[in-house]
Design a protein around this ligand. Structure first.
Ligand SMILES: [Fe+2]
Length: 441
């Protein structure tokens, strides 16, 4: 083993099937140009993204998460579930989900989103909110791969290479599709009839005068409280990962609309930053890929690492969790794959986020401590350091691989600085460790 134990997550944002699947990378001025010829001659970013995702799937990630908006049609008038079902079928085929496929149900996380919710199943007053998600659940059950839950939160624990993650696929669409009535039912119906009569020939939809359909994202607050309590009591070596559609912080692009931000985002933030540990919060919805950390200064250990995936035709993320030799999660390497000018998808930049604060150094393995102690703040080449280690650890059988792994561990703990040892785009540790410089910090 030349790298620390790892857990790899593939994070996919909004898919908006089938619209995104037919968007071509071209400046189309001639709208009557034969579509068959267009499809054969113009790059299609959706297909290109799927090809890259398939390539990454061949490396067998440990989990794949879909952050919602599989379709667009759910919230349109005279909508149906066809787009959602088509997307489920497409994904099953392209990524080998379902019975006899390459993935177990636990490895795949899917959450509902505002565009997925079929409006005709929404109750006016928002009660029985689970019912509107039943058709989405049914779409996955129909393909023999029930990975979506109508409940507030689907919980799954997954382990790979000795490293354990607790996933919470959370439904942030409790308020989506609910109708807000302006008048009491009796007045409303009467008013509607009067307006209908008056505007028979001019108005397509008089109902907009007496009510409006809301698109208010919200979590079930009770479920969030229960989840936070559970996260608090998780063993220290299990990393909690929340998957949801909506963003906790307002998006960077100014959004001018009513009720578009998560109604109870503050409640969620308060509970998650209170968990005395790092919580990963993976989401989509904003068609952008910021990585943001939310921290309450009163609780230094409690942080939320928000990782957003863009819409699929712009890119997707991989999140690699690296652990200590004793299988405690140490850090996340987030790699954003983005569309290039050639319309293929390449890793653009990676971000390294520590899971523990510096105080955690005291938990580190005694042998790693010994290594750190023979370093000084001056930079030293790995090759020279190897000689130092040989002299200092004559009896401890610390071979080159072991030294390298312990230095990687010490780097995540904020005890040493290593330069030149990772690929700047993918964040993978490079094999040629001799090229790196080491410094105690
Ligand atoms: Fe959305």
């Amino acid at each position: 083993m030349s790298n620390l134990p790892q857990f790899l997550i593939l994070q996919i944002g909004d898919i908006h099937f089938p619209q995104m699947s037919s968007k071509l990378e071209a400046d189309i001025k001639d709208l009557r140009f034969p579509s068959g010829t267009l499809n054969n001659t113009v790059p299609n970013p959706f297909l290109s993204a799927i090809r890259k995702i398939q390539e990454i799937c061949d490396q067998k990630p440990d989990a794949i998460i879909f952050c919602g908006d599989l379709t667009t049609g759910g919230n349109l008038p005279r909508h149906n579930l066809e787009g959602y079902k088509e997307c489920v079928n497409y994904l099953c085929k392209a990524l080998k989900f379902g019975p006899g496929g390459k993935w177990s149900k636990d490895q795949v996380q899917v959450v509902p989103a505002n565009h997925d919710v079929v409006r005709e199943f929404c109750h006016t007053d928002g009660n029985n909110w689970q019912e509107k998600f039943a058709p989405l659940v049914q779409a996955w059950t129909a393909v023999g791969f029930p990975v979506l839950s109508a409940e507030a939160i689907r919980k799954v624990q997954l382990s790979a290479n000795g490293l354990s993650l607790q996933f919470y696929a959370a439904n942030s669409c409790v308020g989506c599709g609910v109708t807000r009535e302006y008048f009491a039912p009796q007045i409303r119906d009467e008013l509607e009839n009067i307006i209908k009569k008056k505007k028979e020939e001019h108005s397509d939809d008089v109902s907009v005068i007496v009510n409006e359909v809301l698109d208010t994202p919200a979590f079930d607050s009770n479920a969030i409280e229960i989840m936070a309590d559970e996260i608090k009591s998780l063993k220290a070596d299990i990393l909690p990962v929340v998957v949801a559609h909506h963003n906790l912080l307002p998006q960077a692009t100014v959004r001018v609309a009513l009720y578009t931000e998560l109604l109870n985002a503050g409640h969620v933030r308060t509970h998650l930053t209170n968990c005395e540990r790092l919580v990963l919060y993976c989401h989509g919805h904003i068609h952008d890929n910021p990585i943001e950390i939310i921290q309450n200064v009163e609780d230094k250990l409690g942080r939320i690492l928000c990782i957003s995936a863009p819409c699929i035709i712009e890119g997707f993320n991989t999140i690699r969790i690296e652990s200590s030799l004793a299988n405690a999660p140490l850090g996340c390497v987030i790699t954003c794959y983005v569309k290039t000018r050639a319309c293929d998808f390449q890793p653009k930049a990676c971000r390294l986020i520590r899971i523990h604060t510096k105080e955690w150094r005291s938990h580190c393995d005694p042998k790693t401590h010994q290594l750190i102690n023979i370093l000084n703040p001056k930079r030293i080449e790995a090759e020279n350091f190897a000689c130092l280690v040989k002299r200092a650890f004559k009896d401890l059988q610390m071979d080159a691989v072991n030294v390298r792994l312990r230095l990687l561990e010490a780097e995540w703990l904020g005890a040493v600085e290593l330069s030149n040892h990772r690929d700047l785009q993918t964040g993978e540790a490079l094999e040629d460790f001799n090229r790196c410089y080491i410094r105690r910090i």
